[in-house]
Design a protein around this ligand. Structure first.
Ligand code: MTE
Length: 320
């Protein structure tokens, strides 16, 4: 069992972000010098006692990832209080204020559609079977702000390989929990509930597509999509669907909630692209939370080398 109950952390035990980052660099170096195994234990315990802002459960035995960036991390407080999670209201502050009403335990995920092994998994079983990685990824919201978050999780491809999609499976559709008694935003028709998102099969199998179960050493706070969410770092943030209960393999391209509500504004692909404007604003620049000056938005959010080949012969203005 990888999930452990966090001990009570006194404020005096909280370590500043710089030290967390130093430990991360130490880990990276140690992995390269063959000390990785010992160090991964160190990261797990140290990261855990650093950012227990909400006293959440810590995730142990986390290994560092070759896919992590060296960008400065966005503060834990910002990552967990400036959120988009319309199930808890449309303002950035309402998820942190109201998401405690969500009961994320127990949790199961149904996998269905064109697969050889349809299943209903308990979250604990999935986590126990997976080796968790820490991956520092940029998340760029379509609204022109961005963050850098140390996610904990595992590649989506690992789960996909286990359920064995058939040759008919061309897309993967993800669905969020529908529970209006706990998610008060679902009592209003802002979006067609439950929230749905989708990926093409090759996007879903890409090693950067990540299922996150934690951040900053702990399990996900509810407002960030507890207990399990998608993180697709080269796409606008709304593709990174939270609190997933269903994964379905389909022959047809899924219709995501945002595409359904405004098809001219939110396309299926939604790759971060400074050259394709949102109909109501330019996507050329972005504001990284915690920084004063805006920065240039990078093609595919800076992941072009890894993912551009997926869209080789596509007109990205048409398939936005
Ligand atoms: N998932 C669900 N179920 N509901 C949402 O409203 N918002 C999306 C995405 N996933 C959203 C969602 C958007 S617009 C963004 S930018 C990211 O979550 C924000 O993730 P964060 O709050 O962890 O930064």
């Amino acid at each position: 069992m990888l999930i452990k109950k966090a001990e009570q952390i006194k404020p005096s035990e909280i370590t500043p972000k710089e030290i967390y980052q130093q430990r991360r660099h130490f880990l990276k170096t140690s992995v390269n010098t063959g000390l990785g195994l010992a160090a991964s234990g160190l990261l797990a315990t140290r990261a855990a006692d650093v950012f227990a802002g909400y006293g959440l459960k810590t995730l142990n035995h986390v290994k560092n990832s070759q896919y992590s960036l060296d960008d400065e991390l966005t503060k834990y407080k910002d990552v967990t209080t400036y959120n988009n999670f319309y199930e808890f209201g449309a303002s950035k502050s309402s998820p942190a204020a109201t998401a405690h009403k969500l009961n994320a335990e127990p949790w199961s995920i149904k996998v269905e559609g064109h697969v050889e092994n349809p299943a209903s998994y308990h979250l604990e079983d999935i986590i126990t079977e997976q080796t968790l990685e820490e991956r520092i990824y940029r998340l760029r919201c379509v609204e022109r702000w961005s963050m850098v978050v140390p996610w904990l999780g595992f590649p989506l491809a690992e789960l996909i390989k286990k359920v064995k999609p058939t040759s008919q499976a061309k897309f993967v559709e993800f669905t969020t929990l529908y529970r209006p008694e706990e998610m008060q935003g679902q009592r209003r028709g802002v979006l067609a509930w439950p929230y749905v998102e989708g990926l093409r099969m090759d996007e879903a199998m890409h090693p950067l597509a990540f299922l996150a179960v934690g951040l900053y050493g702990e399990v996900l706070p509810n407002q960030n999509g507890a207990p399990i969410r998608l993180v697709v770092p080269w796409k606008y943030g709304f593709k990174s669907i939270k609190s997933i209960v269903k994964i379905r393999f389909t022959a047809q391209q899924p219709v995501s909630s945002w595409t359904r509500s405004a098809p001219h504004e939110y396309g299926f692909y939604s790759n971060v692209n400074p050259d394709v404007d949102h109909p109501r604003w330019s996507q050329r620049r972005e504001r990284r939370i915690g920084e004063f000056f805006k920065r240039k938005t990078l093609m595919f959010n800076g992941y072009a080398e890894d993912v551009a080949h997926l869209y080789k012969n596509m007109d990205l203005k048409k398939y936005f």
